[in-house]
Design a protein around this ligand. Structure first.
Ligand code: NAD
Ligand code: IPM
Ligand code: MN
Length: 368
């Protein structure tokens, strides 16, 4: 049988820097960990635009459809901010999500013990935190029509449309309930049914899916603004949060800070099962290309490394190996090693991106 295939798209800014550390782990698995992957690499975002004039070529899109999983670093940067919308680096990422139909974006926020005192919240509020945001990823405000900037009388109007069909809500709700059954058995569905019709429909459909097929899972509904407040007030009340594309984007950055840094939060974007039974999948950190620190060896590679751990778990049925990678990260953090984003204590010197990656590989070695 051939090895499972991975397409690596490092992207822009710190994307290539953090992805280089994941490559070390993939190489470690090939040499010592007993898992070999067929790896190919390609361009996405600004780096693809620089070479091909588009943020994602049709060839790269086709490759992404064929492989067992895509690993993506990050896209974007100030250099591209004035480009036409269709050419922006972010369009490359959105095209991947849309055409692969990756409707369920799993964004877990876990607070490692070693970092509990580093969060901007009190230790008691975040210690032991383990929540999962399931963000709908292929519809809503990001893709709804009409959209654009139009002339209206003597001024312009900018339009985006929030749009959800029942089936789009139904399928992401099922993903959330299935996950909850394997975790704390509780789902909080988040919308603004008080002001948006799409929120009313969201609430109805999630409730119906619950009542018909998941009555054993605890379900509650919450408005998005209250959810943002509750996330910083008492985040441990949550197990699985299911929400739309835009609210999920915002709430997951908020949840990231509960774990100490945006550089810690991984994600898995999953679609329907392929012919081989594996879900269509792309794994990417929640953070962006961090232009402010790019090229300086300061980026925290842990979010991207933990995204690879999610690939082991969700694409390759290697839960024990995912646990091994997560434990290696935990060991290294417990030893006191910190990239600059995780520094609080005076006198502690930060390690570089590659030193952090090397330490995690060393912890993997030690785990054998
Ligand atoms: P960002 O996530 O890139 O950065 C926000 C802040 O967090 C910055 O101060 C940055 O230095 C810090 N940060 C982020 N990741 C870090 C890491 N791994 N280690 C240490 N510090 C880290 O968000 P932004 O500044 O709003 O956006 C910059 C660019 O990235 C934009 O072009 C945006 O569109 C793009 N973006 C891409 C993705 C993606 O590719 N998935 C996600 C978010 C933003
Ligand atoms: C994310 C990012 C993306 C989003 C951008 C870069 C398109 O912020 O993955 O969270 O808004 O979905
Ligand atoms: Mn985001």
């Amino acid at each position: 049988m051939s090895n499972p295939s991975l397409l690596i798209l490092p992207g822009d800014g710190i994307g290539p820097e953090v992805m280089a550390e994941v490559t070390k782990i993939i190489d470690w698995y090939g040499a010592k960990g007993g898992l070999k992957f067929d790896v190919s690499e390609d361009l996405v975002g600004g780096s693809a635009y620089d070479k091909y004039g588009v943020p994602l070529t049709d060839e790269t899109m086709a490759k992404a459809q064929e492989v067992d999983a895509v690993l993506l670093g990050a896209v974007g940067g100030p250099k591209y901010d004035t480009l036409d919308f269709s050419l922006k680096p972010e369009r490359g990422l959105l095209r991947l999500r849309k055409e692969m139909d990756l409707f369920a974006n799993l964004r877990p926020a876990q607070c490692f013990d070693a970092l509990a005192d580093f969060s901007s919240l009190k230790i008691d509020v975040v210690a032991g935190l383990d929540l999962m945001i399931v963000r709908e990823l292929t519809a809503g405000l990001y893709f709804g029509e009409p959209r654009g900037i139009f002339e209206e009388g003597n001024e312009r109007v900018g339009i985006n449309t929030q749009r959800y069909t029942e089936s789009e809500i139904d399928r992401v709700a099922r993903s959330a309930f299935e996950l909850a059954r394997k975790r704390g058995n509780k789902v909080t569905s988040v919308e603004k049914a008080n002001v948006m019709e799409s929120g009313v429909l969201w609430r109805e459909v999630v409730q119906k899916v619950h009542d018909e097929d998941y009555p054993d899972v605890e379900l509650n509904h919450m408005y998005a603004d209250n959810c943002a407040m509750q996330l910083v007030r008492a985040p441990k009340q949550f197990d699985v949060i299911v929400t739309d594309n835009m609210f999920g984007d915002i709430l997951s950055d908020c949840a990231a800070m509960l774990t100490g840094s945006l550089g810690m939060l991984p994600s898995a974007s999953l679609g329907a099962p392929m012919a081989n039974g594996r879900p269509k999948a792309m794994y990417e950190p929640v953070h962006g290309s961090a232009p402010d620190i790019a090229g300086q060896g300061k980026a925290n590679p842990i979010a991207t490394i933990l995204s690879f751990a999610m690939a082991l778990r969700y694409s390759f049925d290697q839960g024990a190996e995912a646990d091994r990678v997560e434990a290696a990260v935990e060991t290294v953090l417990a030893s006191g090693l910190r990239t600059a984003d995780l520094l609080g204590e005076e006198g502690v010197q930060p390690v570089s991106t590659s030193e952090m990656g090397d330490a995690i590989v060393a912890a993997l070695d030690a785990s054998l």
